[in-house]
Design a protein around this ligand. Structure first.
Ligand code: ZN
Length: 477
């Protein structure tokens, strides 16, 4: 445990280094700093409030803890030009009072600032709730500078590489993700490391190995060395394997079950159903019996309809929903996670990813179909949640999905709801995340501008992020 002097020295060093470095580089330094030094500081110091000082732009402020871990919980008052909640309600001159990792009060004006509270003045900015990305692959890493080189293979190096994706995600204002499919339970290691404070990143719920049908949907991530029972790694050959596969994920600590119900991923946008309607029903029944919700991937309409009828909580990707399927989604309360933007990412990065011109044309036409499906589903009253399907260096662009939602006819407030209240309800965390209200986690994002007028304010003008009472991004001038 460092002495107070040692802390000052470390802080000064960070300050000096950050003054010398570019903004991008300084953020990376902070990522390293927080990963290495944070656990020690969490024990050693009651407060590291660098956000309120005229110091470095990127900063970390920890929730207050005593050495024995009991929260002492002094109050921090955050002041904003306005607060826009996940419900779209707006309050000018907002004051959010935080104790430990929790919001204790929301009020207005000077009178709402408790006596003796530490004040962080963000009155140039508007507060929105920490955002939720309900479809990521945090453990899929490739370096944009060497895109042809496959990501790390060993479990340990995959976990370490995920730290980069996790920091980029926080910088977009996303403080919670649902991660839908990873190999070797690396997602569980990342989730637990973040929860324990050993890594900095968004709060995660994870699925372990996604269930895929052997023969038709072999996925490189799952094609590892032979194991006694492939179903343990989500590889399903028959209906009898489904329960084995799901139980293995639950036993390993998965929060959700993921099923790949159709072909289609990366440059492949075919949507041929792989698991039968009956198999989807079995999977849903088994997942629910284990107390876990299930997300079913389907690029095609038929698989999406079957997934909804089977009772899946969410259906991922479908790009050509017909009216009958949209009606099923409404009837069953199925959440639609369109993931429009990942095909934009693949198309724009085709040269780096080695995708061909015809493949880019297919990605582009699927994206237009997808956009049209969002438009019709939203108009019909389907619940929509924001999922980026981010992989590789798409982390940092997690919220660009919201631009497509506005293009498809949502208001900025409706788009914001897809990444806050709608997503929180899908994750069954609607009393803890997705709103800035007493009793909720102190997950708060400051944006520069009015998010209700221009979605770009949320997508590109995040300046400051607090997750669970800790300031994890601060790029104020
Ligand atoms: Zn995915």
């Amino acid at each position: 445990m460092p002495s107070p002097t040692a802390q000052r020295t470390l802080s000064d060093w960070v300050h000096i280094r950050q003054c010398q470095l570019s903004r991008a580089l300084s953020r990376r330094l902070v990522a390293v700093f927080v990963t290495v030094a944070l656990p020690a500081l969490a024990l050693a110091t009651p407060q590291v409030d660098r956000a309120s000082a005229a110091g470095p732009r990127a900063a970390v402020m920890l929730p207050e803890k005593s050495i024995n871990g009991r929260a002492q919980a002094p109050l921090t008052a955050l002041r904003f030009r306005a607060l826009v909640d996940g419900t779209g309600r707006s309050m000018p001159d907002a004051v959010v009072v935080v104790s430990g990792d929790t919001i204790v009060r929301v009020g207005r004006g000077d009178a709402a600032v408790p006596a003796g509270a530490r004040v962080i003045d963000l009155r140039r900015y508007t507060a929105i709730p920490g955002l939720i990305d309900v479809h990521t692959h945090m453990t899929y890493f490739r370096d944009k500078r060497t895109p042809a080189i496959a990501g790390p293979r060993s479990k340990d190096s995959v976990v370490m590489a995920s730290a980069w994706n996790a920091m980029r995600t926080l910088e977009t204002g996303v403080t919670t993700v649902r991660d839908l499919g990873a190999s070797n339970y690396t997602d569980i290691a990342v989730r637990d490391s973040i929860a324990r404070g050993a890594m900095i990143g968004p709060r995660m719920v994870v699925a372990g190995f996604g269930l895929s049908k052997v023969v038709t949907t072999a996925r490189t991530g799952n094609a590892a060395a032979p194991v006694p029972n492939p179903a343990l790694r989500g590889r399903v050959s028959s209906a009898a394997d489904i329960e084995i596969a799901i139980k293995a994920q639950v036993d390993a600590g998965a929060d959700w079950i993921k099923m790949y119900g159709s072909t289609g991923s990366f440059q492949n946008v075919t949507g041929v159903q792989t698991f039968s309607n009956d198999e989807m029903s079995v999977a849903t029944e088994v997942a629910h019996r284990f107390g876990k919700p299930i997300a079913i991937h389907s690029y095609g309409d038929a698989g999406g309809r079957a997934a909804s009828r089977a009772g899946a909580e969410s259906v991922e990707h479908p790009g050509n929903l017909d009216d009958a399927t949209i009606a099923e989604f409404v009837k069953h309360g199925t959440v639609y996670v369109p993931t429009v933007d990942h095909n934009r990412f693949y198309a724009e990065n085709a040269p780096l990813l080695g995708y061909t011109v015809p493949q880019v044309a297919e990605l582009d036409s699927f994206r237009l179909l997808n956009l049209e499906s969002v438009r019709r589903a939203h108009r019909a009253g389907v619940k929509v949640a924001m999922g980026s399907d981010a992989v590789y260096w798409m982390f940092g662009e997690n919220t660009r999905e919201l631009e497509h939602f506005v293009t498809a006819g949502m208001t900025p407030a409706e788009a914001l709801a897809t990444a806050t209240v709608n997503a929180a309800a899908l994750l069954r965390m609607e009393t803890k995340i997705g709103r800035v209200a007493p009793g909720f986690f102190a997950d708060i994002v400051a944006v520069d501008g009015d998010p209700l007028r221009d979605i770009d304010v949320i997508v590109r003008r995040v300046v400051w992020v607090m997750k669970g009472g800790a300031v994890v991004v601060d790029s104020r001038k």
